[in-house]
Design a protein around this ligand. Structure first.
Ligand code: SF4
Ligand code: SF4
Length: 268
């Protein structure tokens, strides 16, 4: 039902999409919702868009209420995790969305929760995930789902849990993290670059304002169709933002500055 990224509980078996496993989670299991307590859930950009819309919040409000930022040492990039709430039954707290009868945001639950009891290497920022992505079991002693009688391949599980759309939207963002991780450790990003990464990745409503209410569109060549699309479509805006980050951080892609942009502007 949920993902736990505690490294200590992760078995080192690498799975591919055709790997088989036995698992079932349902309200009748004795451990129901245990996996939603005392956990570390890394949120992706698409997770945040789904959750903030579900809760009818803007991204700034969602970040303030439900998340905490962390700096990922391997990439020198900020990541966002769900902020656990105090729970008298669990010293490490509980997910703010868990209730006795299950997940309050089930239809919009994060990617990691969908993948559970699998972990996906790129989302957990594991070493070795830089080529083909791979999966692994998140083996937690309290999870009794492996004793239930239902067979899956990884491919079938992904389809059943609806992770494809998450992975499709997050793909370029994940590539960006992998690219940064492949840089030598001494290549550090400026604070400003990290802030831009944070805004595009996690605060889509702020990024929309940045694009439409600053000099952004005067500085970059963006065709009219794209402007119209990113105005109303958050997913298109996120993908556009990631293209911009790729250009800004790695000088990759075909993002272009207008010739009239001043040298001072170029530093942004
Ligand atoms: S979002 Fe839902 S499924 Fe994920 S940890 Fe929280 S309650 Fe559990
Ligand atoms: S079976 Fe596993 S995934 Fe399902 S509620 Fe129990 S601990 Fe969570």
């Amino acid at each position: 039902m949920t993902e736990n990224h505690k490294e200590a509980g992760i078995a080192p078996v690498q799975l591919n999409k055709d790997s088989r496993f036995k698992f079932k989670c349902h309200p009748g299991v004795k451990c129901f919702t245990k996996c939603c307590r005392g956990i570390n859930i890394v949120l992706t950009p698409y997770d945040i868009i789904r959750l903030k819309n579900r809760l009818e919040l803007d991204s700034e409000q969602f970040l303030a209420l439900y998340t905490k930022p962390e700096l990922l040492e391997k990439t020198d990039l900020p990541v966002i995790t769900l902020k656990m709430l105090e729970d008298e039954n669990n010293a490490e707290g509980s997910c703010p969305f868990v209730r006795d009868d299950g997940c309050l945001v089930y239809l919009d639950r994060p990617s990691s929760c969908r993948y559970y009891p699998l972990g996906v290497a790129s989302l957990s920022h594991k070493e070795g995930a830089d080529g083909d992505d791979f999966y692994f079991f998140v083996n937690e002693p309290h999870c009794l789902g492996f004793e239930e009688d239902a067979q899956w391949t990884v491919r079938e599980w992904r389809k059943d849990q609806g992770v494809d759309i998450h992975d499709e939207v997050n793909a370029e963002w994940t590539d960006l993290l992998v690219r940064k991780r492949s840089f030598p450790k001494n290549v550090m990003l400026t604070e400003q670059a990290k802030q831009m990464f944070f805004m595009v990745s996690y605060n889509i409503d702020k990024f929309r304002k940045f694009v439409f209410e600053s000099s952004f569109l005067d500085r970059y060549e963006v065709d009219a169709d794209t402007v119209a699309k990113i105005k109303d479509d958050e997913i298109a805006l996120l993908k556009f933002g990631i293209q911009w980050l790729n250009w800004m951080l790695f000088k990759q892609g075909d993002f272009k500055e207008k010739e009239s942009a001043s040298d001072a502007d170029k530093s942004a």
